[in-house]
Design a protein. Sequence first.
Length: 404
Amino acid sequence: MPVYVWEGKTPRGTTQKGEMEAVNEAAVRSLLRGQRIQVTKVKAKPKDIFENVGFLKPKVKGKSLAVFTRQFATMIDAGLPLIQGLDILGSQEPNPTLKKAIIKIKGDVESGSTLSNAIKKHPKIFSDLYVSLVAAGEMGGMLDSILSRLASYIEKAEKLKSKVKGALVYPSVVLTVSIIVIAVLLIFVIPVFQEMFEGLGGELPALTQAIVDLSNFLQNYIIYIIAMIVALYFAFAKVRSTKKGRVIVDKTLLGLPIFGDLLKKSAVASFSRTLATMTTSGVPILDALGIVAMTTGNKVIEKAILDTKTSISEGKTLTEPLARSGIFPPMVTQMISVGESTGALDTMLEKIADFYEDEVDAAVDALTSLIEPFMMVFLGGTIGTMLAAMYLPIFKMAGAVGGG
C-alpha cells in the first residue's frame, strides 16, 4: 500500500505530523478523523528509487532499536495508546528502515493485529527474543516494564558486542596497516636502493641481498599473491557457510590461546543476560533456551544450549549439560544450580552476567595493552631491519674508502 504524509491539528490545537500507510487519501482522512485529528494536508510520499535495493538500505543498529524501545516503554507507561505512540515514534525516527517498519507496525495494529504479531513481520529488525518478550508483556499486561527491561538488555548486549568486536578488530587493523607499509617499502622504496647498489658494483651483504631478493619476489608475484589471498578468503567463507565447516571454525575460535578465552567469557555473559531477561519476563524456560541458542552466533555454544533444552524436557536439571559442554566454568554451573534449587535462577543469572561483563572489560583492556607494544616492536623492528640492510652497503663502501 502507498504511504501518505499528513499534517493536522489535535483537539487542543497543536499541530501534528506523521506518515500513514493506507489504500488512498480518503482512508487516511477517515482514520485521522477517528483519532480526532483535523486534517489540514495529505499527500502521497514520493517513492524511494532505492527502496528495493537491499544493500543500500541503512541497517537498524542496536542503539537505534534500544532508543525506540525505551521511548515506546515511556509512552505506554504514561498511558498513551499503542497506535498514538507508534505514530509519534514513526514520525520522529531518523533511520528510514526503522521508520518504515514502525509505520507498517502501526497499520497492522490499527487493523486489529497484536503488537507481537505486527513486529514479527520484520525479522531483520526485531529478533525472536524481542517478539517473545513483547508477546509475554501483552499476555501479562506489563508491556511497559518488559519494554524497559528489553531496552536495558539491548543496551548492555550492544556494549558487550562492541567491546569484543573492538578487541578483535584492533589487532587486525594494526597488522594489516603494518603489512601494507612493509609491502610499499619492498615494492617501491627498495628498488631505488637496488639501482644504486648495481651502479656501485661489488657483492652485497647477506642481509641486504635477502631484502633485495624479497623485493624482487614481491614485484614479480604480487598479483598472484593478492589472487591467492582473495581465493583463500572466498574458500574460507564457503567452508564456514556449511554446517560442518561452521562447527570446525567456531570450535577453533574458542580454542585460540587469548581470543578464545575472551569469546567464552563473552558467550557466558550473553547467555546469562539473555536467559535472565526472558525468564524474568515470564517466557517458559524451554522457549527461552531455544531462542537463546539462536542468538549465540557460535555453533558449539548453540549445541550446548540445545542439549540443555533437551535435558530439561526430559526432566533433568539445567546444570548438568552446561557443565559437560566445557564452555561454562564450574563457578557458573554451581551458581545456576543454586539458583535452580532456591527458585532464584533469574537473580543468579543476572549476577553471572554482571560478573562476566566485567571480566570481558578487563580482558579487553589487558589484550589492548599487550597488543600495542607488541605491534610497535614488530613494525619498528621490521622497518628498522630493512633500513639497516639498505645502508649496510653504503657503510661497507665508506669503510673500504676510509681503509684505502
